[in-house]
Design a protein around this ligand. Structure first.
Ligand code: SF4
Ligand code: SF4
Length: 161
């Protein structure tokens, strides 16, 4: 059995995003990144390994905006409104580095993915690792030079690597 599409993950947590996620979603939806990107302050002991970025003098993490009812901005009761373009974190959830490494405080699914679904997750997990490497390189350039505002950051991300 694979994902139940119950939406528990979309309504429970903030969703970390990478620069590539931002470009992909923006290009697929036509939305400017400022419409769907938010940041939260970095904190010790977090599970995710996305690098924090120096924004307005503070180390912050890029996340998808949340609606006033505190669910992902792209969530609707019918499901994800950007499903084919959703962030890699969503595509790989609830797994971390491999399919044996499951990270979930919310997912109720008794995971037993079939061969096809397993292959899809494994491909997405590899892509996620690749994106994270490139994101870390981006942070290594952005942070030492003093960072900037979110507006400046999103303009640079939009230009692409
Ligand atoms: S982008 Fe889509 S899949 Fe990801 S948390 Fe939001 S609604 Fe859920
Ligand atoms: S990954 Fe888990 S929590 Fe998220 S929609 Fe699928 S079954 Fe539900």
């Amino acid at each position: 059995m694979g994902c139940l599409r119950c939406g528990a993950c979309c309504t429970s947590f903030g969703v970390c995003i990478t620069p590539s996620d931002i470009r992909r979603i923006s290009s697929a939806t036509g939305l400017p990144p400022s419409e769907f990107v938010d940041t939260v302050q970095d904190y010790p002991g977090r599970e995710r390994t996305e690098p924090a970025l120096l924004i307005d003098g503070e180390m912050r993490i890029l996340v998808l905006k949340r609606s006033p009812s505190n669910v992902c901005t792209f969530y609707s009761p019918g499901g994800c409104r950007i499903y084919p373009h959703r962030p890699l974190l969503c595509r790989t959830y609830p797994f971390k580095k491999g399919m044996e490494d499951m990270l979930s405080r919310a997912c109720p699914c008794p995971w037993a993915p079939d061969e096809k679904e397993r292959a899809r997750y494994e491909k997405d997990l590899k892509e996620y690792e690749k994106e994270l490497k490139s994101f870390r390189k981006f942070a290594e350039k952005w942070n030492p030079r003093g960072g900037g505002t979110l507006k400046e950051l999103l303009a640079i991300i939009r230009e692409g690597p």
